[in-house]
Each structure stands twice: as structure tokens, then as C-alpha cells.
Design a protein. Structure first.
Lengths: 738, 320
């Protein structure tokens, strides 16, 4: 952007060249390649952040970048490529050997695993994920950055793009980061070509505009009426409101949703000699905004081990009433019969190999831990290593205040059992139950604990597991169904709205014990009103006339506890199936008026909602748009024109000499627009003569001449000159014309 | 190039610069009694006179070179000498000789024709270089050395030399270093038709030069020269001159020397005074550059001349 002053002309050209070197195509191409690298490193970082300390990872990435930069000066591309391949193969091999996998013997299953990864299975499911990330990271980082430093831009994009694509396919890259990566790739190619084949500022500007347009189009195409029906959500998640699809369908990954719906549709009926929570699956890995189950399911081996301690046996027969991609059963299933559809997850839960359809049925025998409160209190903290490793993980980004709060809540608790009950109680009493929540950004547990005043089972359970884990107590997140309506002797009807999430805590010698931090009363109300709305009594005989009965008969606490111990865990009413898991295909009524979490937080009703800070990726996209905007403005000269318009009309006073010079420049600018610019070798006198300038222009020149060539500087001359210039300018252009 | 701003400058009538300008205009008017047309050339000669320079007139014979020089000289009350340069002219014929005086038994110096306020050197390129250089030394040093004795030239001292552009085969081309000593090289050119008719009208009967009287004294001229030397040259103008000279050095085999830049500045000072201004503006520089610069420039090829280079410089070097 050139300045308007004549003496500034030389400055202007200086800054122009300055800016030129700062925004040289080479530099911009490297920045773009850096963005591309950043996009998949960000994905990897998110993964590593879930399972632990990212320090090693950061060191590995830094080392790879440094190595790539250093070697780019001395190494030929072929050698570097070999190094990249060796790094990749070596990384995978070291990961495999750490897992104790015989690569050659298990080729088929490895290929299967890779295929399932590429079809949307998060890499978070992998065992020893931390090692995997650290082993796999160096190769793509090294190769991509090395190629960029060597100005091999297309190859850069091939290497970086392939890596990014892998993570896009596994679903580990969010849309924003993916968009950033794509922009990086496009920028690398574009600026790279400018770098190699030459290009001036205008080409750079145009490319910047194109990149900005890419962002703007991607973000706006979904809000245009008639555009794609699936809006791209830059802020927050949202979108799919049905959790059943992700939860009950045996997905390995569960994302915490915002407002959800209840479905009154009957899912299945259970004939059982005991009431129980019909458990579907557990999740061990907490990502901050959802849950992941690591490891893959295996064939049902014919018999499963039971829990270590005293148990109570529950025989169940489940009849599926509508399509169900889950295999609900009371904890802990030890044998399955009447079906060949059973698989067993790494966490010892049952799941079907293929979804059940209406009419399918199966029998499960479960052995539920049957420890007394006293036994649980004395269970101690002597956890097996693998349990401790797997179930005390928390994202490294979990704020410290969660632990601080938990410390306070559980202050004085002597044992894990007491700690768990206190947390349970704290959540039950401290938060209101609502299906209407704005999904918070960032760590769900932290937000629920500190900012939100209400939530539903998923929030309660997630928060409780997080709090337990801050105390190094192994705990996991469990989904399934509450017992449902008891319609007859030992027969339970379970609907979509019975879906629920709760917590299991591990006790040595007892195994996994259920805790449910979700308050009972409000849940049953929500469910009841949902049932009435749906007119359920007409739809299904099984539901019968038991509505009132159900609400009237809150049963006692379920079952890890024996009857003889009046338990502190009083609040869990098995009938209170909360919402949280619903099906898409049902007639649902959306609950309206979502409450803003920001409003609800801490300070009471009066506070204004604080705008949430955008994330780094959003800022980066915003920066791309702004740069494109700036480039466009520069291209079209809008800024220059605006600057000129102001420059022409407004003259700040400095010393008389520069005042007069500037006044004359304004005159020349006006005359240049009206007639023609003064030629370089033309003296002002010749110029004024040749355009037949009027008296005022000549008078102004006379002042200028005397200041510039006679050295006669005075305030009076400056005053005259500026006054003349003001009048000339306003006469020619009007106050706001241009 | 006219200047309308003399009144706005608001100078007093007895301002020395103003008086110098008035003197020049008076002399110009006087010369124009004799010379018809050639107004610009007359002004150029006068500014050279005020700027302490010497002038080389180059043209075909018979266009009034000598008459112009004589008219200028006659307008002052100073001495005027004319030297016709010929191939057999000796240096002493110009500078003068020592003659042995029988009475005093000593050598007496008899000054040559160069000892005058205005010296007209006619057809300077006809004399051999040694003779030429005798004149040129007098021009540069304002002194003459004969037999080891140094004699001061009268002040003011101005040489107007003429050069014939026909009959080149029997001439001695002035070398570049000597051309450099002339402040300006002027071409007269043929008069226009009206001018020529008016001229013929004048020469019928008494030639007007016979009636021409001095309109200024040598003291006037000396004062005017001093006044011109005080004309303001601001940095912007000095830089402009430097850039012009720099341009010629970049675009020709041999560009304008620093001596040329000084000459240009002095001529411009005189031009400013002539226009009634006490400061130099770029217009003065441009007017004088056409006659001060070209003869100092040696181009690599015959196609381009010094004038072309100066033209390029004036067009491209920005005026600031």
C-alpha cells in the first residue's frame, strides 16, 4: 500500500519490496505446507492428548521437523524417501512387536483391521495407542516437511495429503481441521507453482482470494436455503440428535450430544428373575468430548468367566421387538444360548455380530456381583495393573480444577467406595435433570461440573467417571437400558426412552459395580410425559396399563448390594430410565428452548452470556478469510482509493515546509485526475502551462515554488497554500465525491 | 519561458539581483537594435556573460555570428578585440610578445588581442591546436603567461568564439577537453523569412552597428556578476542537476563533467536573474541544459548526438 506523500514515494516502494519478500511465494508455500502438516499433527495430538502426556509426541514431531529441515539441504530426494519409508515401516514394526503380534501369522486380521480403520473406525480404538502414535508420526512429518523444504510441492501434498486422508477416513479429523489441511494442500500447490514458475504480487493475491473463497463457500453453502441439508457446523457439534445410532449400534465411539429426544418405541422385552439394568456396552477411553472402546470384539467362545467375588445368578430371555444392534444383558454375562449371533468385546460385554430384528430372541445367564457395602468398603485399592492402566486414563487437557473439586467433594472419604458414593451424591444433588442442553465445547466433564446446571445421564456418567479417575479409581462409562416396565411376573418391557448411561467402578475381589449418578425423580417425569405424549397405550399391548404402576413403584436400589445393608446409595431407581438414547425413526417431540450453558453457569440469572472464544482452527480459517479479503482489497485497489479520498480531503498540519509540499501534491492529484498526470521530466510550471491551469492553481504553485526552490518558509505561506488546496479540492470533488 | 511572477516576489528596485536582470534585459534590447530575431541566443549569450562563462557559436558562415558578438561587446563600454584564426596564426599573435626596448635596455610586453573585455575569436577551428590552447588557457585561468611572466586578464573577460561547420577538411576540431571550457555552445541558424526581410530593411543605409552605443558600464557588469552569484540554489535544484549529469554519464560514452554541472548551475543562476527571480527553479535548469550540456557529451555512435542524450535526460529525470 503506497503512501500518498511524494517524499513517501520512495518509502512506498521500499515497503512494497519489503512486503514482497515477506509474502514471497516460497514463504507462502512453506506456510501452506506447514498448515498441511499441522492438520494431521493436530489429529495425532488430539489422540495422544486423550491417553496421556503429549511431551514425547511433541518431541518426536519437533525432532522430525528439525531432521527434515537439516537434511533437506544435504540429502537427495530418493534417499530421503527411503528414510521416510524406513521410518514408517520401522515405526509400525516396533508397534507390532510391542503388542506381541506376529505380523506374518496374522496378516489377514491386520488387513481387516486396517480396512476397518479406513472405513471410519477411530484409531483411538487401537491398543497401546500412545506407542502407535509415536511410532507412526515421524515418517509423514519428516517426508512432508522435507519435500516442502526441497520445493517439491506436489510430492509434499501427496505425502501430507495421504496422511491427512487416512485420518479423515478413520474419523479422527474434525471438519475444521480437515478444511485447514485441504487449504494447506491447495496453498502449497498454488504458491509452489508461483515459486517455481514465477509470479507477481497479483498472482499471489488472486490465490489468497481463491483460498478465502474456498473457506467462505464451504462455510456458507450449507446455510443457503436449498443447499445441502446437512449443515457444516463450525461452532459446536449438534447435527445428529439420536444417540442410539452411535451408542446402541455398538459403535466403538460415543460422542456426547446436545439436546436429545425420547423414543417411546418398544425395543425388547426381557423375562428375568431379577430386575436389572440391561447393559449394552462399556467404554474405557475418554476423549474429552466422548467415549471410545478400545480393542475389537471377538467370537463368543462358548463360556465367559464370571466376576471374582460372590455373585447372584440372573437368567434372562430377551425377545427383540424392533431392530436392535445391541445385545442387552445384565452384568456380568457368563453364557449365551439360543443364538449364534454373539460377540464379546474386549471389555467383556456382549454384542451381536449383526443387528437383531423383531422376533429374534436369546438367553443370557449373568452373574451379578453380590458384595455387601462392608465388603466394598474394605476392598482396598490393590488394582491389577491392566485395570489401572486402562481405566484411569484421562485426557492430558483435563483441567486441574476437576481434580481439585473432586478432592474437596471426597474430602474425608476413607475408601474408594465412599469416594464413589460421595461423587454420586454430589452430582445427583448438585445438578438438575434436563434433556435440553447446549452441548459445551471442550471437556464435557469439566463443563458439566463447573458451567452447566443441568444435563442428562450421559453428562452425569461422564462427569462421575472423570472425577473417579482423578482419584485414580478405575471406572468406566456404561450404556444400556434401565429395567423398563414390569408387565407381569418377571417380564419387562424396554423402550427407546429407557436407554441410559451409568458408571461402573472396579473393586478388587468384586469386579465392576454399578453406580448411577443421574437423579431419579426428574428422569421418570420426563419419561412419563413422553409416554403420554406418544399415546403409548394404543401402540403396544406389552406396555399395557402399567404407567401409573411404574411411576408409583420405585424399586429399591439395584443389586450389587445385599438387602441386609441399608445402603447409602439410595437414589438409583431402576425404573427411572432417563433419556439419552433414542431412535431416529420414532415419532419424537423435540424439546424446545435450549438453555444456554453460559447463562446457567455460576453467577445466576443476571449475567450476560459471554461469547465463547473460537478455537485455534477457527481462528486460522478466519485468518485465511481475512488475508484473502485483504488481498482482494489490494487487488481491486479499494483500500488505495479510500486512503486517497481521505488523504485528499484531510491534511494534518506539521511544519510549514511539508504542509506546503503536501498541499501541492493534493493539487497535482486533483489536476492529474482532471487532465493528466505530470510527466516525470516536466517541471510544474510547464505542466501548469500545458493544462492551462487556473489562477488559484498557479497561486498555490507560487507558494510551493518559493518554499521548495527559494527556501522562503513561513507559517503564512503554509496557511495560504493549505487554504488554497482545501478550496481547490472541495471545488473539484465536493465534500464526499471522489 | 516567461516569468510572470516578478511582481509577486515583491523585491525592491535596488535589489542587486533585480538590477542584474534589468541590466541583461537592457543589453538584450540594445543588441536587438542590430540583430533581428535570435532572441533566445541573445539571452543565452547574456546569461553566459553574467554567469562568467564563454560562448562558442557554431554555424555556417554569414548568419551573423560575428555581428552578434560585436553587438554584445558594443553594448558595454569595455574594450573589444577580434582575432581571426588562421592556420598560420601563432600563440604569440594572441597573447602578445616581449619586445626589446632600445631606450630602456629592457623587454617590454606588448599585450596581444586577448587582453580585452570581450574577445571575439573568429573561426577558432582554423588555427592549429597550439594556438587554440593559448586562448583556452586565458579563458580558464584568466591569466596569460609569456616568457615566464604572468599577466592578469582584464575583468570582466569574456570570449565569444565562432566555429565554421563547413569546410571541415582544413580545420582543427577542438578536442573535448577544450570544448568543455566553453559554458555554452550555440547555433544561430538561418533567420525566419520575416526576420530576414526586417534585417535587410535595417542594413539599407547606415549599418545599425555603427550607431550602437554602450548601455552599460563594466562596473555594472561586474556588479551584476556578483549579484548573480548570490542567486539561491536550493537542494532540490542541486539534486536535479546532479541527477541530470548522472543520467548523461550513464547514457553516453562520456557524460557531463562536474565542470559542466557547475557551468549549468551558473547559467541557471543568470537565467533566474534575467527572469527577475532570486532563486533557481527547475525550468531555469532545463532552459540552460539544452545549450550547456550537449557539447560536453561524447556518444558511442554517430546516430545519437549529445542533444539526444540531453533530451532523454530532461524527459526521464523526474523534477521534484
Amino acid at each position: 500500500m503506497s503512501t500518498g506523500t511524494g517524499s513517501g514515494a520512495s518509502h512506498a516502494s521500499e515497503t512494497e519490496t519489503d512486503a514482497g519478500s515477506r509474502f514471497s511465494p516460497r514463504r507462502l508455500a512453506l506456510v501452506s505446507a506447514g498448515t498441511l502438516v499441522f492438520s494431521f499433527v493436530a489429529a495425532l495430538y488430539q489422540i495422544i492428548d486423550v491417553v496421556g502426556d503429549p511431551t514425547t509426541f511433541v518431541v518426536v514431531v519437533g525432532g522430525s521437523l528439525f531432521l527434515a529441515t537439516a537434511l533437506s539441504r544435504v540429502l537427495r530426494a530418493r534417499t530421503a524417501f527411503t528414510i521416510g519409508v524406513v521410518l514408517l515401516v520401522g515405526g509400525i514394526w516396533s508397534y507390532a512387536s510391542a503388542l506381541g503380534v506376529d505380523v506374518f501369522a496374522m496378516q489377514d486380521s491386520i488387513i481387516n483391521d486396517v480396512m476397518s480403520l479406513l472405513t471410519g473406525l477411530s484409531v483411538l480404538r487401537l491398543e497401546m495407542i500412545e506407542l502407535w502414535v509415536v511410532s507412526v508420526t515421524p515418517a509423514p512429518v519428516f517426508l512432508t516437511w522435507y519435500l516442502a523444504m526441497r520445493s517439491r510441492y506436489v510430492a509434499t501434498v501427496v505425502a501430507g495429503g495421504a496422511t491427512l486422508t487416512f485420518f479423515v477416513l478413520t474419523g479422527d479429523v474434525g471438519t475444521t481441521v480437515a478444511l485447514l489441511g485441504v487449504l494447506g494442500a491447495a496453498g502449497t500447490i498454488g504458491f509452489g507453482r508461483l515459486d517455481r514458475f514465477g509470479g507477481d504480487h497479483s498472482a499471489t493475491d488472486v490465490l489468497a482470494v481463491v483460498l478465502a473463497v474456498m473457506v467462505v463457500l464451504t462455510l456458507t453453502v450449507s446455510v443457503v436455503p436449498g443447499g445441502t441439508s446437512q449443515p457444516f457446523q463450525l461452532l459446536g457439534a449438534g447435527g445428529d440428535r439420536t444417540m442410539e445410532a452411535s451408542l446402541i449400534n455398538n459403535d466403538q465411539r460415543l460422542t456426547v450430544q446436545g439436546s436429545i429426544e425420547l423414543s417411546p418405541e418398544v425395543r425388547f422385552t426381557v423375562e428375568s428373575d431379577e430386575r436389572a439394568y440391561w447393559r449394552v456396552g462399556a467404554y474405557n477411553r475418554y476423549t474429552g468430548d466422548g467415549w471410545v472402546r478400545s480393542g475389537s470384539a471377538q467370537e463368543y467362545p462358548g463360556q465367559l468367566p464370571g466376576p471374582p467375588g460372590r455373585t447372584e445368578t440372573i437368567d434372562q430371555r430377551v425377545v427383540v421387538e424392533s431392530r436392535l444392534n445391541a445385545m442387552p444383558a445384565a452384568w456380568r454375562p457368563v453364557s449365551v444360548s439360543d443364538t449364534d449371533n454373539a460377540m464379546v468385546s474386549r471389555l467383556a460385554g456382549l454384542q451381536p455380530a449383526r443387528p437383531f430384528t423383531a422376533g429374534d430372541s436369546y438367553r443370557v445367564t449373568s452373574r451379578q456381583p453380590d458384595a455387601t457395602v462392608a465388603e466394598l468398603q474394605e476392598a482396598g485399592e490393590d488394582y491389577p495393573d491392566d485395570i489401572e492402566d486402562r481405566y484411569t486414563q484421562l485426557p492430558a487437557s483435563t483441567p486441574d480444577r476437576v481434580e481439585d473439586r473432586t478432592d474437596r467433594v471426597t474430602d474425608g472419604a476413607d475408601n474408594p467406595y465412599e469416594t464413589a458414593t460421595r461423587i454420586e451424591q454430589h452430582l445427583e444433588e448438585g445438578k438438575a435433570y434436563s434433556l435440553d442442553v447446549e452441548r459445551p465445547d471442550g471437556n464435557i466433564a469439566d463443563s458439566f461440573l463447573f458451567e452447566m446446571e443441568q444435563g442428562y445421564c450421559t453428562y452425569y456418567a461422564t462427569t462421575m467417571v472423570t472425577m473417579l479417575r482423578t482419584q485414580d479409581i478405575p471406572a468406566r462409562f456404561v450404556t444400556g437400558y434401565t429395567p423398563g416396565e414390569e408387565t407381569g411376573d418377571g417380564e419387562y418391557v424396554v423402550r427407546g426412552l429407557d436407554s441410559h448411561a451409568w458408571v461402573e467402578v472396579y473393586f478388587p475381589e468384586t469386579g465392576w459395580v454399578k453406580f448411577d449418578p443421574t437423579p431419579a425423580g426428574p428422569r421418570s417425569e420426563a419419561e412419563q410425559s413422553r409416554l403420554e405424549d406418544a399415546g403409548v397405550s394404543d401402540t403396544d399391548v406389552d406396555t399395557g396399563d402399567d404407567d401409573e404402576e411404574e411411576t408409583e413403584t420405585p424399586t429399591d436400589t439395584p443389586d450389587p448390594l445385599t438387602d441386609d445393608t441399608p445402603t447409602t446409595r439410595s437414589a438409583t431407581d431402576p425404573r427411572d430410565g432417563p433419556g439419552g438414547i433414542t431412535a431416529t425413526d420414532t415419532v419424537t417431540e423435540e424439546t424446545t428452548a435450549p438453555s444456554r450453558t453460559a447463562n446457567a453457569s455460576g453467577g445466576g440469572s443476571g449475567g450476560l452470556p459471554l461469547p465463547e472464544l473460537p478455537s485455534g482452527e477457527q481462528l486460522a480459517l478466519g485468518a485465511v478469510v481475512l488475508v484473502g479479503l485483504a488481498a482482494g482489497i489490494r487487488r481491486t485497489g479499494a483500500a488505495e482509493r479510500a486512503y486517497r479520498a481521505v488523504w485528499l480531503r484531510w491534511q494534518p498540519r506539521r511544519d510549514p515546509a511539508s504542509d506546503v509540499e503536501r498541499a501541492f501534491e493534493r493539487l497535482e492529484y486533483v489536476l492529474a485526475r482532471e487532465h493528466r498526470p505530470r510527466r516525470p521530466g516536466e517541471t510544474p510550471r510547464q505542466y501548469l502551462d500545458s493544462i492551462d491551469a487556473d489562477e488559484r492553481a498557479r497561486a498555490l504553485y507560487d507558494r510551493y515554488e518559493r518554499v521548495r526552490y527559494a527556501g522562503e518558509v513561513s507559517e503564512q505561506v503554509a496557511e495560504d497554500a493549505v487554504g488554497l488546496a482545501d478550496r481547490i479540492v472541495s471545488d473539484r470533488t465536493g465534500r464526499f465525491g471522489s | 519561458m516567461t516569468d510572470a511572477d516578478t511582481s509577486s516576489a515583491g523585491r525592491r528596485a535596488d535589489d542587486p539581483v533585480e538590477e542584474a536582470g534589468a541590466l541583461a534585459r537592457r543589453v538584450a534590447a540594445n543588441v536587438e537594435e542590430v540583430i533581428v530575431g535570435h532572441h533566445d541566443q541573445i539571452e543565452h549569450i547574456l546569461t553566459a556573460l553574467l554567469g562568467r562563462g564563454h560562448v562558442l557559436l557554431e554555424d555556417v558562415p554569414g548568419v551573423g555570428k560575428t555581428m552578434l558578438a560585436r553587438s554584445v561587446a558594443a553594448s558595454f563600454d569595455g574594450s573589444f578585440k577580434r582575432v581571426q584564426f588562421t592556420p598560420d596564426l601563432l600563440p604569440s599573435d594572441i597573447t602578445g610578445v616581449n619586445v626589446f626596448n632600445q631606450k630602456t635596455q629592457e623587454f617590454d610586453f606588448r599585450p596581444g588581442p586577448v587582453f580585452a573585455n570581450v574577445v571575439l575569436g573568429d573561426e577558432i577551428n582554423r588555427a592549429p591546436p597550439k594556438t587554440q590552447s593559448a586562448l583556452l588557457e586565458a579563458m580558464e585561468e584568466t591569466q596569460v603567461t609569456v616568457d615566464g611572466e604572468t599577466y592578469e586578464m582584464p575583468a570582466p573577460f569574456t570570449v565569444i568564439a565562432t566555429q565554421n561547420t563547413v569546410e571541415r577538411d582544413r580545420t582543427y576540431e577542438l578536442p573535448m577537453a577544450e570544448l568543455d571550457r566553453f559554458m555554452k555552445k550555440l547555433h544561430l541558424g538561418y533567420p525566419g523569412q520575416d526576420d530576414e526581410a526586417a534585417m535587410l530593411d535595417r542594413v539599407v543605409g547606415n549599418h545599425p552597428i555603427e550607431d550602437l552605443s554602450a548601455v552599460a558600464t563594466l562596473d555594472d557588469l561586474r556588479d551584476a556578476r556578483q549579484a548573480v552569484a548570490t542567486v539561491t540554489v536550493e537542494e532540490a535544484v542541486r539534486e536535479y542537476v546532479t541527477r541530470l549529469a548522472g543520467y548523461t554519464r550513464e547514457h553516453a560514452q562520456l557524460g557531463v563533467s562536474p565542470r559542466g554541472s557547475i557551468a549549468l548551475l551558473r547559467a541557471a543562476q543568470a537565467r533566474a536573474a534575467l527572469s527577475g527571480r532570486s532563486y533557481v527553479v527547475p525550468d531555469d535548469i532545463q532552459t540552460e541544459a539544452w545549450v550547456v550540456m550537449p557539447h560536453r557529451i561524447q556518444t558511442a555512435t554517430a546516430e545519437t548526438t549529445g542533444v539526444d542524450v540531453v533530451s532523454g535526460a530532461l524527459e526521464t529525470v523526474p523534477v521534484e
